[in-house]
Design a protein around this ligand. Structure first.
Ligand code: ZN
Length: 230
């Protein structure tokens, strides 16, 4: 791994695993063995462990005594809790943006909606689902609060772990027409409308994600997508 210092090596392993989890190449429940990862990245087990611990602190990896690390598999209870947090934070963000209506943001959001529409028209479900998640991060970015952006990005990544447990690329929890309504409300400074829309939007996503989490609790194996429909 070249002449990197210990700190950089941890960063490299962390970033590669983080990306693989969010890109669904490593799925919930997948074991992350220190020795194998150490060999793969040509680093020590201590380096791998430090990267895994950082992912654990973000809720993406679970480390259990005697069992080692694996990609986290959120329970139904955790999903409900994550959505409770999202509801509080994201209705707050929507209200904040309605009060400011920043023009550059409105432009960025409209461009983003166009991308969502194009992906939808092309039936590119993978891109669509990525863009729909990014829409929520974009709203957080518009607050220009680094803490809020980091916090919400982490929470959204954890909710998407549930979706990532399934090969179901067509599953799209967000509805683009609701994203458009939200942007319309922000542009016109309609705080009550934006809060109502965000509540409904997140409520619908929660129902969809909870149903997935329930299926996981009923029986799931991280390799099952390789087998297809049985
Ligand atoms: Zn959405």
């Amino acid at each position: 791994m070249g002449r990197q210092n210990a700190h950089q090596m941890v960063d490299t392993v962390y970033a590669a695993l983080h990306r693989s989890i969010l890109d669904r190449r490593l799925r919930p429940g997948q074991k992350l063995r220190e020795q194998a990862l150490g060999e793969l990245f040509s680093v020590s087990r201590t380096t791998v462990r430090a990267a895994l611990q950082r992912l654990e602190s973000e809720g993406l990896v679970t480390i259990e005594p005697n069992k080692g690390a694996s990609v986290s598999l959120p329970s139904v209870n955790e999903v409900n809790d994550l959505f409770r947090v999202r509801l509080v934070v994201e209705t707050g963000i929507a209200a904040d943006l309605c009060g400011r209506q920043p023009a550059p943001l409105i432009k960025r959001l409209r461009e983003h909606l166009d991308k969502e529409q194009r992906a939808m028209a092309a039936k590119d479900y993978k891109t669509m689902s990525k863009l729909q998640g990014e829409f929520h991060v974009l709203l957080a970015e518009a607050t220009e609060s680094r803490n809020l952006i980091e916090f919400l990005t982490g929470i959204i990544s954890r909710t998407s772990l549930v979706i990532s447990a399934f090969e179901d690329e067509t599953h799209s929890a967000c509805r683009s027409d609701e994203h458009k309504t939200l942007v319309d409300c922000i542009e016109s400074g309609n705080t009550a409308g934006a809060i109502t829309c965000m509540r409904k939007h997140l409520g619908d996503i929660e129902v969809a994600v909870t149903a997935k989490a329930q299926q996981i609790e009923d029986g799931y194996h991280p390799m099952q997508h390789l087998l297809g429909e049985l």
